[in-house]
Design a protein around this ligand. Structure first.
Ligand SMILES: [Zn+2]
Length: 233
C-alpha cells in the first residue's frame, strides 16, 4: 500500500516537474530538482546555493505563483533542513533554493534530542514518504536558545515551556564548558553535532536509511554576519 502510493506520488511529482520544465524561464528550469539525487549531491546543491546567497548573486529560483502551481500535484524536495525558528535563518533563502526544494522543520534551538514526535516524526515523514536523501541540521551564530542555555545552565528560572526547550540544549553547553575558546559558538556547534549523531541512530526509519547509504545526515552552522554556512564534520 505504501509502495504503490509512493510510486503514484513520485509519478505525480515527476509529471509536475516536467510541466515546470516546459513553462518556466531557462534559469528556473536549470534549478529544478533532479529526479534522482544522492545526499552528497543534495548537500553540494545547498552549499552552492549558499555561496550564491553569500556573494549576493542569487538566482532566487521558483518564487512566483507560476512555480507554485505545478507543485500542487506533489512535492519532491532534495533535502530536509532542521533549522532554528529564528527569523534570520530562512532555509530557502540562505540556500537560494526554490519552493519545493527543501522540506523544512524549524524549532528554536534546532535541536532533535528530546524534541519528540513533532520533530522526529516530521523528519521521518520527509525521509520515508518523500525519499529525501539528506537531513541537514542547521545551527546559527548568536542563537538565542543556546544563549539562554548558557545563561541558565545551572538554574531553572525560565518561564513555562521555554524552560523545557532550553533544557534540551543544555547538554551541548555542558559538554562545551571548559573549552578554551568561545563558549557560545562551541555550544552552537556541539548542539548541531549532537543532533546529527542522534538523528543518525533514530530507529527504524532514519537509522536504517543511514546504514544502507540512502540517507546522509549532516550538520552546519550559518553565520548571520557573513551569510555563509560552514559544514561541521
Ligand atoms: Zn537560534
Amino acid at each position: 500500500m505504501l509502495d504503490s502510493s509512493l510510486t503514484r506520488r513520485r509519478f505525480l511529482a515527476n509529471a509536475a516537474a516536467l510541466a515546470t520544465a516546459v513553462v518556466l524561464p531557462r534559469f528556473a528550469f536549470a534549478s529544478a530538482p533532479p529526479r534522482m539525487i544522492t545526499g552528497e549531491e543534495a548537500l553540494h546543491r545547498l552549499m552552492a546555493g549558499n555561496a550564491r546567497f553569500a556573494s549576493g548573486k542569487l538566482l532566487s529560483p521558483g518564487r512566483t505563483p507560476a512555480h507554485f502551481r505545478p507543485l500542487a500535484a506533489g512535492q519532491n524536495p532534495i533535502a530536509t533542513v532542521l533549522g532554528c525558528a529564528d527569523s534570520r535563518v530562512p532555509p530557502e533563502i540562505l540556500f537560494d533554493q526554490s519552493i519545493g526544494d527543501i522540506f523544512t522543520v524549524r524549532v528554536a534551538g534546532n535541536y532533535a534530542n528530546g524534541a519528540g514526535a513533532a520533530v522526529n516524526g516530521s523528519l521521518e515523514y520527509g525521509v520515508e514518504e518523500l525519499n529525501v536523501p539528506l537531513v541537514l541540521v542547521l545551527g546559527h551564530t548568536q542563537c538565542g536558545a543556546v544563549k539562554a542555555a548558557i545563561a541558565h545552565l545551572h538554574d531553572d528560572e525560565l518561564p513555562a515551556e521555554i524552560k523545557d526547550l532550553v533544557a534540551a540544549v543544555k547538554p551541548a553547553v555542558a559538554e562545551s564548558s571548559g573549552t578554551s575558546s568561545d563558549l557560545l559558538i562551541n555550544s552552537i556547534r556541539a548542539n548541531v553535532k549532537r543532533g546529527v549523531a542522534y538523528l543518525s541512530t533514530v530507529d527504524p526509519i532514519l537509522s536504517e536509511r543511514v546504514k544502507s547509504g540512502k540517507l546522509k545526515v549532516a550538520g552546519g552552522v550559518y553565520d548571520l554576519a557573513t551569510g555563509k554556512v560552514t559544514l561541521l564534520t
